[in-house]
Ligand binder design. Sequence first.
Ligand SMILES: Cc1cc2nc3c(=O)[nH]c(=O)nc-3n(C[C@H](O)[C@H](O)[C@H](O)COP(=O)(O)OP(=O)(O)OC[C@H]3O[C@@H](n4cnc5c(N)ncnc54)[C@H](O)[C@@H]3O)c2cc1C
Length: 525
Amino acid sequence: MGIQADVIVIGGGSTGTGVARDLALRGLKPLLLEKGDFANGATGACQGLLHSGCRYVVSDPQSAWECYSENRILRRIASSCVEETEGLFVSLGEDGLAYQEEFVARCNTIGIPVEVLSPESTLALEPALSHEVISAVRVPDASINPFTLAVENANSAETRGGKRMTHCRITGFIVEAGRVKGVQAVNVRTGEPFEACAEFVVNATGAWAGQMVGLVGLSIPMVYSKGSILVTSRRVTEMVVNRCRRPSDGDIVVPHETTGLIGTTSVQVADPEGLTVEPQEIRLLVTETAKMVPSVASARLIRAFAGVRPLFGEAGTDNDREISRGFLVIDHEEGDGIGGLVSVVGGKLATYRLMAEKTVDVVCKRLGWSATCTTHLEPLTGPQRRGFVSLADRLAKTAPERRRDGQDGTIVCECELVTQREIEEVASAEDAPDLDSIRIRTRMGTGPCQGAFCAYRALGILERRGKVDDDPCPNVMLKMFLEHRWQGIRPILEGDQLREEELVHAIYGGIFNLHKSGERLKGAP
Ligand SMILES: Cc1cc2nc3c(=O)[nH]c(=O)nc-3n(C[C@H](O)[C@H](O)[C@H](O)COP(=O)(O)OP(=O)(O)OC[C@H]3O[C@@H](n4cnc5c(N)ncnc54)[C@H](O)[C@@H]3O)c2cc1C
């Protein structure tokens, strides 16, 4: 017999994990299924900006309002994922002030609190900015960690009786008499197929939502808008910095944990898989953002990555940035005549909670379940932070008391000051942890060395806890992790990062003889 749940949620991004949490808080038992690990799609590839809504005030006031009201809620309920950086919309000489005037007027109409600053006050707040700044608007932007957000939502759902299964890909739907009764899936790691049944299925697969409903012969018009982002080895600003103009390429810099995220581009692609960051995108991002923050031009890039915005609309639209960042909940019983299935598409990470609320409202109505949403009130309880090194310590690279703290306080990842205790906690909390699941839960391997020294140490910890299969062999897990790191390093390989990569090659190719240990890896994506 297959697995049973009240509601199956497909997709472990911010939306799917948010839906699972909302269902669980309303007393339903969700089963969350994700083909990779949490934040495997756009969620893990986003710029981590908790929008104040200001970016959309001129082009999309409805989305602007949604972002602003959710921004206020998330600061309250998801404080362990949010850093209160504030933000600036800066105008350079070449921009003039016409857009700023309209921008401020719209913010006032919507009710987003903003303050216009002189160049002097702007530079006093954010000294990394160019002296070409002629004015700036201070806004309630913030920085948010999308990995922690998704993991905490999933954990919260599980604490309330939900189940989650990562590395399980949905391959089909079970349909009886015009109603979806469950899903067919395969465990990606073992190749084992299985079925799961439920009263209702939620399709929260972001850019894959159209492909997903294609499995029951339906379609959803989607535009795949690829965006690329560069990661700097340190923060280049302490505040979120936006260019005060209509949304365009290379106009946002976000301080993200110990790094800076430089973004983004917008290029329509035919498929949400197999994304690459092109050299011209890297040049464009550096050139444009360096106009606002000159140190970007000489900053050390440690990584580049791309994701696809799950936009609802018809392909062929010339400018993806004109497509609304609003979201849509589609009850497939209404227009398509297929019961028991709802899709949620579009939106932003910043509005994931509202998207989840509206989706679960539809599910509850269909199921005749009267509980109301409480996710705007109940804080997400963070992971046990005891023993974790704070962001302030990581920025200052100081954790001396923890270095002396005996065995489990030992630092395993020196770039991000991840302790052995953190890795032990992930290893015991997850059924089948690998090095990437440790990375997304702790930031191990995300600093300048990109895993050169911590990957084999963490593998040793997993091995000692019996979490590594002997077949094919522990080195396969190591190689998969390093290959994933390599995909993001390759586009930006020059200067110090090239030297760093030579060292990685010497360690893993030379000492571990890794390039000889197996051809195509079992379970590799
Ligand atoms: C470059 C870029 C920058 C962005 N920056 C920001 C930002 O700063 N702030 C902001 O608010 N928003 C930002 N966004 C938008 C935001 O990232 C997305 O709107 C949001 O993360 C979408 O979340 P989601 O859960 O709906 O989709 P996703 O995160 O894509 O999740 C969908 C999940 O479904 C899974 N899945 C797909 N098919 C299957 C299957 N067959 N079986 C099982 N699972 C499956 C995928 O693996 C994936 O994990 C950005 C987007 C991009 C691309």
